[in-house]
Design a protein around this ligand. Structure first.
Ligand code: BGC
Length: 252
C-alpha cells in the first residue's frame, strides 16, 4: 500500500483539528478543519467528532491521531486535561470503529516532535533535542540523534510543590491573568529545572505559546539555545499522520 496521504487529527483541550497530510513532504494538502472539543470531552463524544472530521474529508484511508496523554499500543494511560473516563480505553479500537478506517493513536507531543524533527527546526540536528509544547498542558519530547523515547511526561514535574503544568503552561498564564513577563519568569524556572535534569543541546518551543515567542524568549536564561518550532499549529496534525504511516507499514 502506498501511504503518502494520511488524515492527521490532533485532539486538543479546546479544539479537535484535522487535515489531509502529504507525509513525504510534511505538508497539509487541505485546509485544517476544526470542531470545538465537546464538553465533557468523553471518549464517545470525541469519537463522534473524529467521525465528523473523517466525513468532512470524505475519507476512508488510514488516520493518525494525537492525544493529550500517555498512549501505550493505542491504550490511553493518562488524561491530564481531558475526562478521566479515557484511562485504559483502547483508542485505536474506539476510533477505528467510529470511522470504519484504520486509526493509530499516539501522544500529541510525540507526534508534534516527530514532525518538527523531520520537517521543522530539528531537521538534520544531532545531539539531544527537547521539544516542549506549551498550551493547555506542557508536552515534552526528547530525541537523541534522531531517536524518540515515547510518552515522556516532564510537564508534570513538581515545581513549588505543585504540578509544573499548573504553574507554567500557557493555560496557567491565561487562567491567572498573568502579564507576559510574570509568566515568562515562571516558564524560565521550569526550563532551568528541565536543564538541571536533562541537559538538552537545543530546546524547541511548540504549541500555542510559540506564536508569541517574542514576548517571552528574551526572559529565558538556559544554557541551551531556545528556538521556536517552525510548523507551529500544523505540527500535531502532520506528526499524527507520520506516525500512522509508520504503524501501517509495520502491519502491512
Ligand atoms: C499530558 C501530556 C501531553 C501534554 C500536552 C499533558 O498534560 O500529560 O501527555 O502531551 O499535556 O498536551
Amino acid at each position: 500500500m502506498k501511504l503518502k496521504k494520511i488524515l492527521g487529527i490532533d485532539i486538543g483541550g479546546s479544539g479537535v483539528k484535522g487535515a489531509i497530510v502529504d507525509t513525504k513532504k510534511g505538508k497539509l494538502l487541505t485546509k485544517r478543519y476544526r470542531i470545538p472539543t465537546p464538553q465533557p470531552a468523553t471518549p464517545e463524544a470525541v469519537a463522534n467528532v473524529i467521525k465528523e472530521i473523517a466525513k468532512h474529508f470524505d475519507w476512508n484511508g488510514p488516520i493518525g491521531v494525537g492525544f493529550p496523554g500517555v498512549i501505550q499500543q493505542g491504550i490511553a494511560r493518562t488524561a491530564a486535561n481531558v475526562d478521566d473516563s479515557w484511562i485504559d480505553k483502547d483508542l485505536n479500537k474506539l476510533f477505528s470503529r467510529a470511522t470504519g478506517c484504520t486509526v493509530h493513536v499516539v501522544n500529541d507531543a510525540d507526534a508534534a516532535g516527530m514532525a518538527e524533527l523531520k520537517f521543522g527546526v530539528g531537521k538534520g540536528k544531532k545531539g539531544t533535542l527537547m521539544l516542549i509544547t506549551v498550551g493547555t498542558g506542557l508536552g515534552t519530547v526528547i530525541f537523541t540523534d534522531g531517536k524518540l523515547v515515547p510518552n515522556l511526561e516532564f510537564g508534570h514535574l513538581m515545581l513549588h510543590g505543585a504540578d509544573a503544568e499548573l504553574y507554567a503552561s500557557d493555560a496557567s498564564r491565561t487562567n491567572n491573568n498573568l502579564e507576559w513577563d510574570t509568566w515568562a519568569g515562571r516558564f524560565n524556572e521550569y526550563l532551568l529545572r528541565i536543564e538541571e535534569l536533562i541537559w538538552p543541546d537545543l530546546i524547541i518551543i511548540g504549541g500555542g505559546a510559540s506564536k508569541r515567542w517574542d514576548k517571552f524568549f528574551p526572559h529565558l536564561s538556559t544554557k541551551a539555545p531556545v528556538v521556536a518550532a517552525e510548523l507551529m499549529n500544523e505540527a500535531g496534525i502532520v506528526g499524527a499522520a507520520m506516525v500512522s504511516k509508520y504503524y501501517n507499514k509495520l502491519n502491512a
